[in-house]
Design a protein around this ligand. Structure first.
Ligand code: ATP
Length: 305
């Protein structure tokens, strides 16, 4: 009986590993621009990687990249997590969302990706209400790197190739250098073929996020939504994360949830969120003057008097 149970147990173990792997792959496909959506008879396919940004689907010019227009939302019925949120992200600029834990910052990124539907108000992408945009189109234009970005068990090369197959070693090494990850290539004699482990366990939390940023940079969406990790960021990783943000091409639009003001003091615009509401908008210097909450955050984190 033992000899019968052992293989069955192994099979169940393998099945559960497969499920975990498939779940991670699905999540990665969700946030990368893999066109899979069928709408009626029409399969909407995003523009090829090379043309993204160069030939915007929704038109460029003065139309803002992203607009939150009086957005209200709650996860549960009768619960309001963000309320009446309005701000505009202009093309090619960097906007940071800051505020206390639980204020609703990450929720705003999830709403922009349409992981949830707004209860009222609207989010507009290059002028188009995101409810009118196919999910594939949306995700081809909005790259999203969440705090705990899913990493696939496999090699560095396999993780990067998900968004851009067929790149040369030089191109892959270059993107890893841009996000300060070239060290991990040198760390193993296998280089790009080094294993990252199940869910990326062989990497540190900061390294996992930077690998996800590299993957998204290769997918080249014109707008990048980035959720800075709250944990796993020691001083070295924090600096590397900032360097990874700097690696985002300057013509790309960036909306970043920042837990450390040092990451975003030089952002074009900082939106201060508190208890689900916008309580201040401006540059670092403007907010130091105008927002008590921002000044408090800054005095704690940046030693500003
Ligand atoms: P932090 O700085 O700690 O990351 P945040 O400002 O990003 O916080 P959110 O993560 O958006 O805040 O969370 C806002 C509120 O919504 C919190 O009360 C949180 O518990 C709740 N919340 C977040 N995600 C979910 C979810 N998937 N289901 C239910 N409630 C959620």
């Amino acid at each position: 009986l033992f000899f019968l149970i052992m293989p069955v147990g192994q099979l169940i173990g393998a099945y559960s590993q497969l499920q975990t792997g498939l779940g991670a792959l699905q999540r990665i496909e969700d946030v990368l621009r893999v066109p899979t959506e069928t709408e009626g008879d029409v399969v909407r396919v995003g523009p090829p990687r090379e043309s993204r940004g160069a030939t915007p689907v929704f038109g460029a010019g003065a139309v803002p990249a992203l607009v939150f227009d009086r957005v209200t939302f709650g996860y549960g019925e009768g619960e309001t997590v963000v309320e009446d949120i309005s701000f505009t992200v202009s093309q090619g600029t960097r906007t940071a969302l800051v505020g206390p834990s639980g204020a609703g910052k990450s929720t705003l990124l999830a709403l922009a990706e349409r992981f949830y539907e707004v209860r009222s108000g609207a989010i507009r992408l290059s002028g188009a209400d995101i409810r009118e945009v196919s999910r594939d189109e949306l995700r081809s234009r909005l790259g999203y790197v969440e705090q705990e970005a899913p990493i696939l068990a496999g090699t560095l090369r396999e993780n990067l190739s998900l968004s851009a197959p067929g790149l040369s070693d030089d191109e892959l090494t270059d993107v890893l250098r841009r996000v300060n990850l070239d060290e991990i290539v040198k760390r193993s004699p296998l280089g790009l073929d080094a294993q990252v482990g199940e869910g990326g366990v062989l990497l540190s939390g900061g390294e996992r996020q930077r690998l996800a940023i590299a993957r998204t940079l290769l997918a080249a969406p014109p707008i990048l939504l980035l959720d800075e990790p709250t944990s796993n960021l020691d001083a070295r990783n924090e600096q590397a994360f900032r360097a990874a943000i700097d690696a985002v091409p300057t013509d790309h639009t960036l909306l970043i949830v920042a837990h450390r003001l040092a990451t975003v003091v030089d952002a074009d615009q900082i939106v201060v969120v508190d208890q689900g509401r916008v309580v201040g908008t401006g540059t670092h210097h403007e907010l130091i003057e105008s927002s008590t909450l921002y000044r408090d955050l800054a005095s704690h984190q940046l030693l500003v008097a």
